[in-house]
Design a protein around this ligand. Structure first.
Ligand code: 6PG
Length: 477
């Protein structure tokens, strides 16, 4: 038993993670249900470091030094349970099973509980950064016991991405499902970021009249400013790409139906359960859903819309600047909502998640990595109990400075008939939070009228009911 860590499940993510461990000097046992895949990995990449090829589950477990660290990289869901079922009987107390898939945190909580009874640490771990990240440094979000992090943390810190200041993009998130919960919200924010960028693109195209290549250039410019991020960078690449077969912009030959594997949807489902308004993320999920309803779209094609008026060149350039403001302001709102959900999850499950640390480990390696995250880290570091990102002075100032342009962009979108649900939801959230009075008072009145659901008053303690069907006097409930 000589391997410090083992990886089972050698599809592209598992294979790249195994290579990453090996390249960083760890001896890695590799295992796959079809052993040929493990053989192929060692044959192809054996010179990158120390691999131990293993054929059976028994060999694999025997190859690991104790306490064993076993990384599972299989498809989330049933396959994860199947692997646990296969390996758990072969393990001993103190051993660790790390699940690096996109598992639902509720499954992770269940698995952690079951394995804890056997003395085995189950470490549900979010891994972000795609294939490239897995190989060269992902952002890693481990949950599970503090004890398991003591044994795993140094290795994860070594293979993770590093932020610009050199700090590793991994930290112990919290017990049981905390890591997978945070990865879920990461993906929800990823959906929102992508949707906001997509709306910016469509507005630049349809309102300002820019071509995909021109928009790629605009995004490249933005990427040198406060929007500097991986997603803006790759968006420019995608927009500049030309389809070889037709010579058309690539974006014009791709079917406009967005798919999803479900993590963004989970973020919204859980937010609904926790009562956290993640309207920006929800609009991003729904926008994908709308795009996929081809039958509805076909049936609606003849609905009336406004006559679009083309902008002059100068007006288009000015509009592009406004879109940058709208995108940035909406992005602040998405992150505000996402971090709110993490705070709420942490409170609900007693995870004690350090929000500044989450922002810190998202600065590198993951899909939403961005200069912006260092600002969020700083905001929480300055004030750990910050009730909302919008309560941070810096963000409040920036969003305030952006609001006129943000509104102007939505006016243009509305007048020209270009849907911008992400921008609109973000602005509605901003305005709702700012409002001195909300029409929720009227909602309460309606509820009391039809269902005697009672209401509270602004001027007195207690619950009240108005006798709507009688003399309309008020009674204390
Ligand atoms: C990451 C990504 C990764 C995956 C998404 C894609 O952080 O590396 O989020 O986990 O690419 O789950 O999600 P959809 O298929 O749902 O768009």
């Amino acid at each position: 038993s000589s391997a410090q860590i083992g990886v089972t499940g050698l599809a592209v993510m598992g294979r790249n993670l195994a290579r990453n461990f090996a390249r960083n000097g760890f001896t890695v046992a590799v295992h796959n249900r079809t052993a040929a895949k493990a053989r192929a990995l060692v044959d192809e990449f054996g010179d990158e470091g120390e691999f131990v090829y293993t054929e059976t589950a028994k060999d694999f477990v025997a190859a690991l030094e104790r306490p064993r660290r076993l990384v599972v990289m299989v498809k989330a869901g049933e396959p994860t349970d199947a692997v646990i079922k296969e390996f758990a009987p072969l393990l001993e107390p103190g051993d660790m099973i790390v699940d690096g898939g996109n598992a639902h945190f509720a499954d992770t909580r269940r698995r952690e509980r079951e394995l804890r009874e056997l003395g085995i640490h189950f470490v549900g771990t979010g891994v972000s950064g795609g294939e490239e990240g897995a190989l060269n440094g992902p952002s890693i979000m481990p949950g599970g016991s503090a004890e398991s992090y003591a044994a795993l943390g140094p290795m994860l810190e070594k293979i993770s991405a590093k932020a610009a200041d050199g700090s590793p993009c991994t930290a112990h998130i919290g017990p049981d499902g905390a890591g997978h919960f945070v990865k879920m919200v990461h993906n929800g924010i990823e959906y929102a970021d992508m949707q906001l960028i997509a709306e910016a693109y469509q507005l630049l195209r349809e309102v300002a009249g820019y071509s995909p290549a021109e928009i790629a250039d605009i995004f490249r410019t933005w990427n040198r400013g406060r929007l500097d991020s991986y997603l803006i960078e790759i968006t420019a690449e995608v927009l500049a790409h030309v389809d070889a077969a037709t010579g058309k912009p690539f974006v014009d030959v791709v079917a406009d139906r967005a798919e999803q594997k479900g993590t963004g949807r989970w973020t919204v489902q859980i937010a609904l359960d926790l009562g956290v308004p993640v309207s920006g993320i929800a609009e991003a999920v729904f926008a994908r859903s709308v795009s996929g309803h081809t039958e509805l779209r076909a049936a609606s094609r003849d609905l009336a819309g406004p006559v679009a008026e083309p902008l002059s060149k100068e007006a288009a350039a000015a509009f592009a600047d406004r879109v940058e403001q709208a995108l940035y302001a909406s992005k602040i709102v998405s992150y505000t909502q996402g971090f709110h959900e993490i705070a709420a999850g942490s409170a609900e499950y007693g995870w004690d998640i350090d929000l500044g640390a989450v922002a810190s480990i998202w600065r590198g390696g993951c899909i939403i990595r961005a200069a912006f995250l260092d600002r969020i880290r700083a905001a929480y570091d300055a004030r750990a109990d910050l009730p909302s990102l919008l309560a941070d002075e810096g963000f409040a100032r920036e969003i305030g400075a952006a609001q006129d342009d943000w509104r102007a962009v939505l006016v243009a979108a509305t007048q020209q008939g270009v849907p911008a649900p992400g921008f609109a939801a973000a602005l509605a959230y901003y305005d709702a939070l700012r409002a001195e009075r909300l029409p929720a008072a009227l909602t309460q009145g309606q509820r009391d009228y039809f269902g005697a659901h009672t209401y509270r008053r602004t001027d007195r303690e207690g619950s009240f009911h108005t006798l709507w069907g009688g003399d309309r006097s008020e009674v204390e409930a």
